[in-house]
Write a protein that binds this ligand. Structure first.
Ligand code: FES
Ligand code: MG
Length: 590
């Protein structure tokens, strides 16, 4: 206990306030009805919130309903008082029209809970994609001591003697179904085989990416991110996390001490080395902005692009989460990067030690899974940032460019890494599904598929739809990937090298709104350009046309979301929330 004797936890303002004994009595009274005593609540011990993200409708995080018992044990053993409360659910797969709506909503709800209740520090239970950034954004706004406990990935999936990873297996099987090489029953069997246990996606999709990012930032205990949900180490990690959050409360170590620009730059580096999800881009930007840290769109190229791919995990590589954990998890990847001088490892983490101290001696013994820096799976594995006359910012996840895609589009002698395509434009995914197999569109291997109306305002929420599958007829001919472009996102488990997260989106006045089917788009990966081959005058003239329609809001939150959200290049934050950083950390009125 390093606190000075005069230090009072904020919860004492509720439970032990001699000046407002009337209010203290009121605050204490109802907690007693579950058996907690006034003496406990007035003991001066920190009240540790546990933000419970698991529920039946967030099955990826449901393991936390069990893990929380060990978190509570750890908190009690270290001298704290646990208080569990629910986080607004966020389930990537089933939330319609998209779970992206829920990140800012869960953020908002958690800020209100942490600001308005007698909580001194908080355990963030993370798992499914947006459950991690939503909570880290919130603890930055209130700047309260916090620690991340990942729920961990599912066990590896197996089907017909082959590894099948969640999400990734579905994208592949969907193409096999379109080609007629499997039937619907087999499609279903592959999908269910890819999800064999409790836990979040076992691929390096957005969930594993964001949990790895949380650990890279220094917000979880060392080795936390990769432990599979059913492993015994997961329960042990829950216990140690519960113990440690009490220490963080006593030491008054806050997110602002840990979430520095150095931490976010390291997160960008780690994301590239693990072949992380393209969704890491908006989420890292959002977390940084809520932490008051400036990360520019250029930082992704400056610090991330040249980082090699070290981790051999689907979708960029072969294996799944169990092997990642056994190979040493995030610390082993960071050890490799630190040896190469790519990390700023003298920064503080929630362990109370520096990152360098945390990862000391934690190099991998499994060189098939985590490659040496000098012999990576791929060079230049970071996101490629593009701009042009259709948008100011978009990214391409180059680590998933397949040899056949490279051969078809990027290998023209004399014009390597450049290609031109005629575009076919879809307004949202309903339009795509209705028309993709229409033969009159003339889609062939020289076509780029474009989707718009899929961004934060247009959808609303920004949909994971840019990895559009080619028409069935092309797939039957063995063309599994066409170049795609859009103002939406794509699943982190997708192996499609789409140009995505285009900002500003078409619904916010971006030039994607001006594109016509039949236009020619030129992509130049060498110079990071993507342009429609039209004159400025022609583009200007098209601005007089009626903009593409977007669907009306169907709930009040969709309307509020649309009115308050920024664009993907700056993290799709609720813009009006940003100035509340630290303000919300002040004591609320009675
Ligand atoms: Fe929840 Fe992948 S859908 S973790
Ligand atoms: Mg996703």
């Amino acid at each position: 206990m390093t606190k000075q004797s005069t230090f009072r936890f904020r919860s004492q303002d509720w439970f032990d306030n001699p000046e407002r004994i009337d209010m203290t009595a009121l605050y204490l009274e109802r907690f007693m009805n579950y058996g907690i005593t006034p003496d406990e609540l007035r003991s001066g011990k920190p009240i540790i919130g546990i933000a419970q993200s698991g529920s039946d409708i967030t099955p990826c995080n449901r393991v936390h309903l069990e893990l929380v018992k060990r978190v509570r044990d750890g908190i009690r053993d270290a001298g704290g008082i646990p208080m569990e409360f629910p986080l607004h659910p966020i389930f990537e797969n089933c939330r319609r029209p998209t779970a992206a709506l829920d990140r800012n909503l869960a953020y908002l709800g958690l800020v209100e809970i942490l600001h308005g209740y007698p909580i001194d520090a908080v355990v963030l239970t993370t798992g499914c994609d947006k459950t991690t950034p939503a909570q880290l954004m919130a603890v930055s706004t209130v700047d309260m001591p916090a620690i991340v406990l990942s729920g961990g990935p599912m066990l590896d999936g197996w089907f017909d003697g082959e590894l099948v990873g969640s999400g990734a297996a579905i994208w592949k099987a969907r193409r096999q179904l379109a080609a007629g090489s499997i039937d619907e029953q087999k499609f279903m069997n592959i999908a269910t085989a890819s999800a064999p246990s409790a836990g979040h996606c076992n691929t390096m999709g957005t969930a594993s990416t964001m949990n790895a990012v949380a650990e890279a930032l220094g917000m979880s205990l060392t080795g936390c991110a990769a432990i599979p949900a059913p492993y015994r180490e997961r329960g042990q990690m829950a216990y140690e996390t519960g113990r440690r959050i009490v220490g963080l409360a006593m030491e008054d170590v806050r997110p602002s001490n840990i979430l520095t620009r150095d931490a976010f730059l390291d997160a960008i580096v780690v994301n590239a080395a693990i072949g992380g999800s393209s969704n890491a881009q908006p989420h890292i930007m959002a977390m940084a902005r809520h932490a008051g840290v400036e990360i520019t769109t250029e930082d992704w190229m400056t610090y991330g692009y040249e980082v090699p791919l070290l981790l051999n995990m689907q979708p960029a590589g072969k294996y799944l989460g169990e092997r990642f954990h056994r190979a040493g998890g995030v610390p082993a990847v960071m050890w490799e990067l630190d040896q190469a001088g790519l990390l700023r490892s003298d920064r503080l983490t929630v362990t109370g030690k520096t990152l360098a101290q945390n990862i000391d001696m934690l190099q991998t013994m499994d060189r098939e899974m985590i490659r040496p820096f000098a012999d990576p799976l791929k060079e230049n594995a970071g996101f490629l940032v593009l701009k042009g006359n259709l948008f100011d910012f978009a990214i391409m996840k180059t680590s998933v460019i397949s040899p056949s895609f490279r051969e078809r589009y990027l290998a023209t002698p004399g014009a390597e890494n450049c290609f031109e395509c005629k575009v076919v434009v879809f307004d949202g995914s309903d339009d795509y599904h209705a028309r993709i197999n229409d033969p009159t569109l003339g889609i062939d291997e020289h076509t780029m598929l474009v989707i718009r109306g899929a961004g934060p305002i247009g959808w609303p929420g920004s949909a994971e739809v840019v990895n559009m599958q080619p028409p069935d007829a092309l797939i039957k001919r063995g063309i599994n990937n066409l170049p795609t472009l859009g103002d939406g996102r794509q699943s982190g488990t997708s192996d499609s090298p789409s140009i995505l997260n285009a900002s500003p989106e078409s619904a916010a006045g971006g030039n994607l709104a001006l594109l016509h089917t039949g236009d020619i788009v030129r992509v130049d990966l060498v110079h990071g350009r993507c342009d429609v081959l039209l004159s400025d005058a022609e583009l200007e003239a098209r601005k007089l046309d009626t903009p593409p329609a977007i669907p009306p809001s169907q709930t009040p939150w969709q309307e509020i979301y649309r009115a308050t959200v920024g664009q993907l290049h700056t993290g799709a934050c609720m813009e009006l929330a940003l100035p509340y950083r630290a303000v919300a950390g002040a004591m609320p009125r009675h």
